[in-house]
Ligand binder design. Structure first.
Ligand code: PLP
Length: 433
């Protein structure tokens, strides 16, 4: 499979190029240039096929021109020592738990595949690279976890000093080895600006192969299609056509589902669930796409006012809002309703959901109310233990932190404190590499 930029169809590249570039040089996002038909492949999977086998087969089917069969299955095995879990709840709603990875959020799937495929390619070429990334907290930890111990890649993560939660800071600063945490005396915006400037600084790029790992990278998007396929293999006898509810911010997760559907997976509809940041629900209702500044909510990983994957979706739907409406129903859920939903489901079924998952759950209920009772699978994007404050406030219990995160409390933070200037970052990079 080859890929082109959403802003220039002539810019056709192979997977490794898209992977190491991240963003296309024209500022566009890479999207599949061909229509793949994987129906035959999907039909081979049943409820006993492991997640790694599904992932390995899909990597080979999609990216066979880059990775041979053996490499594809090896990448899958190394990238995914974890697997999704389905929990059935009342009223025909089931939860696809995607938080059983290292940082306890679904972003582990994307980050882990990205790391593994970059490492495989670099080892083949006997090259090294440095991943440079800025984080406001959560996404950086999935990236850090995914790359730890990779021989040919170092990761330099910038984070704003004193502005990430203590748990997030531990996730970034305790891995050591090839993961370097730079604690910036400034804001997240400063961190982002410094990273951007480093990428265009010739003194740096002449000496160091820099790459990014941000969420728009194809290497993070493609593996997110694997769990839709896995989920379908588990439920297809009961529900030959599936509806997925996806708690969304940048819409990477939902876009990956749309790709799985376009490759032949039998998905009848997507429910786009947003918090107050409702640019996409508004677009589907009114036909006008109006990005805005983001509004802070309790499902904060979804506080996105200008979802980057709109550009990919609109490419897939050739700019037609009608085509959007054929595939996607959208609902917005406010903070109060999110809290009520966490409480209601906990009281009724003793099941604790993170605020993002609750937005998805509530949207599934709204859809069922509109369309009549039918099974919906809700993607659960994070472990509730990562959002103790909200959960404790709503249901008065402190959700247990998963073991992966509990063990961090005892580890010692190691960071390099730097000024919020490009010069400071340049100094660090040129003296370290
Ligand atoms: C990133 C994130 C989301 C939003 O996913 P997108 O792919 O950006 O739509 C939802 N929930 C959690 C917990 C996240 O970290």
């Amino acid at each position: 499979m080859q890929f082109y930029s959403t802003r220039n169809k002539e810019d056709i590249v192979d997977f490794p190029t898209a992977l190491f570039r991240g963003l296309a040089p024209d500022g566009g996002l890479y999207v599949p240039a061909e229509k793949a038909d994987l129906k035959e492949v999907f039909n081979q999977f049943d409820s006993r096929t492991s997640f790694t086998d599904i992932a390995g087969q899909m990597i080979f089917s999609l990216l066979g021109s880059t990775f041979d069969r053996k490499q594809s299955f090896e990448i899958a095995k190394k990238a995914f020592p974890f697997s999704p879990v389905i929990t059935g709840l009342k009223n025909d709603i089931s939860i696809l738990e995607l938080y059983h990875g290292n940082s306890c959020a679904f972003k582990d799937y994307g980050a882990s595949f990205l790391a593994q495929s970059m490492d495989t390619l670099l080892r083949n070429r006997e090259e090294k690279a440095v991943i440079l990334t800025a984080t406001s907290g959560d996404t950086g930890s999935a990236v850090a976890q995914a790359f730890v111990g990779k021989e040919n890649i170092d990761v330099v993560i910038l984070y704003p000093s004193g502005r990430v939660s203590p748990l997030q800071e531990k996730q970034l600063t305790t891995l050591g080895g090839n993961i370097k945490a730079l604690e910036v005396k400034g804001s997240f915006d400063d961190c982002q600006k410094m990273v951007k400037q480093a990428f265009v600084d010739r003194d740096i790029t002449d000496r160091i192969t820099l790459s990014s790992a941000n969420s728009i990278n194809l290497g993070r998007l493609i593996p997110q299609s694997f769990y839709y396929v896995w989920a379908y293999s588990r439920i297809r006898d009961a529900a030959p056509e599936t509806v997925f509810a996806v708690p969304s911010g940048n819409f990477g997760n939902l876009t990956a589902g749309l790709y799985a559907q376009s490759w032949g997976l039998s998905i009848s509809r997507f429910i786009a669930a947003t918090n107050a940041n409702d640019v996409i629900p508004k677009y589907i209702e009114e036909g006008l796409y109006n990005p805005m500044s983001s509004i802070p909510t309790i499902s904060n990983a979804m506080d996105v006012g200008a979802p980057s994957n709109y550009e990919r979706m609109t490419e897939l739907f050739v700019g037609s809002v009608e085509k959007f409406r054929e595939k996607i129903s959208a609902f917005r859920v406010d903070d109060e309703t999110t809290r009520e939903t966490i409480k209601k489901v906990y009281n009724r079924e003793n099941y604790v959901m993170c605020p993002h998952t609750a937005v998805g759950y509530r949207a599934a209920e709204m859809y069922q109310k509109e369309m009549g009772a039918q099974p919906v699978m809700v993607l659960s994007t994070a472990h509730p233990g990562k959002f103790t404050e909200v959960i404790e406030d709503v249901i008065n219990i402190k959700p247990e932190l998963p073991e992966e995160l509990r063990k961090l409390e005892k580890l010692k933070k190691v960071s390099v404190i730097i000024d919020n200037t490009t010069e400071a970052l340049k100094d660090y990079l040129l003296t370290t590499y």
